[in-house]
Design a protein. Sequence first.
Length: 325
Amino acid sequence: MKTRRTVLTALASLTALGVLTACGSGDAALDAAQPEAKKAADGINLSPEQNRVHTPKVDALAAQLPEAVRKRGTLVLGVSATSNPPLAFHATDDKTLIGVEVDLATLVADALGLKPEFNPVSWENLFVGLDSGKYDAVFSNVTVTEERKDKYDFATYRLDDLAFEAKKGSGWTVKGPEDVAGKAIAVGSGTNQEKILVDWSAQNEKAGRKPVDIKYYQNTSDYYLALQSGRIDGYLGPNPVAAYHVLSAGQTEIVGKFSGAGAGLQGKIAATTKKDSGLVAAYAAAIDHIVENGTYAQVLKRWGLDSEAVTKSEINPPGLPRTKN
């Protein structure tokens, strides 16, 4: 575990293109740390037999693909190997990839008449794969940002919300920077939520309040063990992950919810492809199609993410503002 109190040190990590992060003794501690792959939230199916939602091919959509992709017949997709429920994770057999990102990417591939080929890799390697042309797209809770738009094209498919998670019964509510002044808050390094927390810490110092004591861990299980043991006051992460953990573990609560793009702008999660790859229009059209035919809503409902639905895919909409140096 690493700790950084100063804003200047924390800002050094913002060059990464991240969005997600993602022991004690005794069974209770382990149970709190590892609800992800073994405990279902609200009856969600975590078995390898997913009965995944599918949709038929639409020739007019497939015609929008580059000829090389159509002939290949596969859609090569990157997903984060360190994602968490309900985004992308392994079923109870520890082999089958499941989650809302997997389901939505499968629907897009279906509509385009392609077979999805998933490649779980570390976060930074998602973008390395896009840059090298290895992946046709990344479906991995990627937020649209102005900096990322320099290198990538985006077709949005979900709202991006972040949540502060605290120990159950904390009596704490987070509405703005002043509520985290002097608090020990864990966050994933190189993520958009880190940028927001660093900005809040700077605002606190400017106002004469204590900065945020920002903490970093390697694994999500480490964050939750630190939360249960009282080593941190809260954890700022993607709302879907926090909501799932609250339901599955029953030991924490959400004490604040915010747009992943910061104040004044609703963040958007998007299918991400290399800039000018010729694929983004086909992705957006396929997403619009599954929204219209209802299969999109079926998937979001299945994973308890109805509140993050969009009515239309947007290509390269306004994103999280550029970092000010």
